[in-house]
Write a protein that binds this ligand. Structure first.
Ligand SMILES: Nc1ncnc2c1ncn2[C@@H]1O[C@H](COP(=O)(O)OP(=O)(O)O)[C@@H](O)[C@H]1O
Ligand SMILES: [Mg+2]
Length: 133
């Protein structure tokens, strides 16, 4: 896979489609089943946030390869309301989901690199990578 693969998130079912595409890419990259589960959980959390808080957006997957490492990046973008206080939503316990993924702090823990940008009234972009080990 050279180009990036995206799933547009508009309805609840799209969350499942994003998970499936992500799992397929993770498998192809050589991630073990435990890491595949971590990655798909992260995808679910990000896609569900788009669906719930922004209404619509997209989840894209990129394969990243350096000389020493190979990994998978998830890019979640939306043009929704944005997040006012980024450090607040990254605190454990702020999340209301309570599920396996434990919201955005959970995504950060499940993945290796995590970066979030958001502008109130303009939208949110989260870029997170997991490296194959
Ligand atoms: N894409 C988004 N756009 C706007 N607000 C968001 C987005 N993602 C998350 N948020 C805000 O951040 C909060 C924390 O998100 P999260 O950690 O996933 O927990 P939860 O979804 O369980 O509340 C949400 O309650 C919501 O207010
Ligand atoms: Mg959430």
């Amino acid at each position: 896979m050279n180009s990036q693969s995206c799933v547009s998130i508009q309805k609840e079912w799209d969350i499942v489609a994003a998970r499936q595409m992500g799992r397929e890419i993770a498998k192809q990259l050589g991630f073990g089943t435990v890491d595949q589960a971590r990655i798909t959980t992260a995808i679910s959390e990000l896609a569900r946030n788009i669906y719930l808080y922004a209404g619509e957006g997209q989840i894209c997957f990129e394969i990243v390869e350096t000389l020493e490492q190979k990994g998978m990046t998830i890019v979640a973008t939306d043009s929704g309301p944005g997040i006012e206080d980024l450090s607040l939503v990254m605190q454990d316990g702020y999340t209301t989901s309570g599920g396996l993924g434990a919201g955005l702090p959970g995504v950060r823990r499940l993945m290796d690199d995590f970066d979030m940008e958001s502008e109130v009234g303009h939208g949110t972009r989260i870029v997170t990578t997991k490296w194959v080990r």
